[in-house]
Design a protein around this ligand. Structure first.
Ligand code: COA
Length: 245
């Protein structure tokens, strides 16, 4: 995944401010171990759309539009790329797989997005050579991003609520999401909603021998994930890019 790496001083300051010393220490340790092995741990959350969803708690007036495949693709790619996280190639690849971006606007200004991927037809990549196990009436919410100047206004909660509402209108009964345990900013929302963790997944890739270690806590790994033989090394890079968040 082509996450842009143009670190500004402001981005670095935000990172230090919001992640906290323990998370930063773990991130530094992970980078130091990178030549030998790289690892990730996520909490998986599920939302049953038959139940009443908790309301968003956004502090600013924003609207969310879910952009479907019929739209002018070139403009959509530029719009998302312009927010500074994803490169055009990655956005096109997501759109090619039928994933839908929900974009938050403050007036006319795009200020953030979240992606929705429907289960069933296409394999949904989770990490390394591991994939989501989702049925045709389930969908995965992923890749939430809010531009730095608009963070802290709970636009993330508005995106989340909008994606769930859209999914429900389109026959989806359950949405799933995975959040890195090293991302307290993203974990703030399930914490506020007191959402139960469905399971915690640990994935590690040992370099050289290309060995993937998979472990779950709270539920069997096979209940939500499946895997194949190790795939191209590019997937390793993709996951490590995501891990920089
Ligand atoms: C994770 C992210 C989408 C949250 O969006 P958001 O709309 O800022 O979410 P919230 O306003 O609810 O803030 C969440 C937490 O961020 C932190 N935060 C608060 N103000 C902030 C600010 N000005 N800047 C950065 N983080 C801030 C707080 O810890 C807050 O939790 P709290 O409400 O319990 O205090 C956003 O931080 C982001 O885009 N991060 C980079 C990409 C990323 O990590 N995506 C997650 C993929 S799962």
């Amino acid at each position: 995944m082509a996450i842009q790496r143009a670190w500004s001083w402001r981005a670095l300051k935000d990172y230090l401010q919001w992640r906290g010393p323990i998370v930063i220490a773990l991130l530094v340790l992970r980078e130091l171990l990178r030549p030998i092995c790289y690892w990730h741990a996520w909490h998986i959350f599920e939302s049953n759309l038959a139940q009443k969803m908790p309301p968003p708690y956004a502090k600013s007036e924003c609207t969310v539009k879910i952009h479907d495949a019929q739209e002018d693709r070139h403009s959509l790619v530029s719009l998302i790329a312009g927010m500074g996280e994803l490169q055009s190639e990655e956005i096109r690849s997501r759109l090619d797989r039928g994933h839908l971006p929900g974009i938050a606007y403050s007036g006319d200004q795009p200020v953030g997005y979240m992606w929705l991927a429907f289960g069933g037809a296409v394999d949904l990549w989770f990490g390394y050579d591991t994939y989501w196990k989702v049925t045709g009436d389930e969908a995965v919410r992923y890749g939430s991003f809010v531009i730095p100047a608009f963070r802290g206004q709970a636009i993330h909660s508005l995106l989340n609520a909008s994606m769930n509402a859209y999914a429900r209108q389109h026959g989806i009964v359950r949405t799933l999401g995975a959040i890195s345990i090293l991302n307290p900013q993203s974990l703030a929302m399930p914490k506020r909603y007191r959402k139960a963790i469905t399971m915690t997944v640990f994935l590690a890739r040992v370099r050289g021998i290309n060995w993937t270690i998979r472990q779950s806590f709270g539920a069997p790994l096979e209940s939500r994930l499946f895997w194949r033989d190790a795939k191209a090394a590019t997937e390793t890079q993709v996951l490590e890019d995501v891990g920089r968040r």
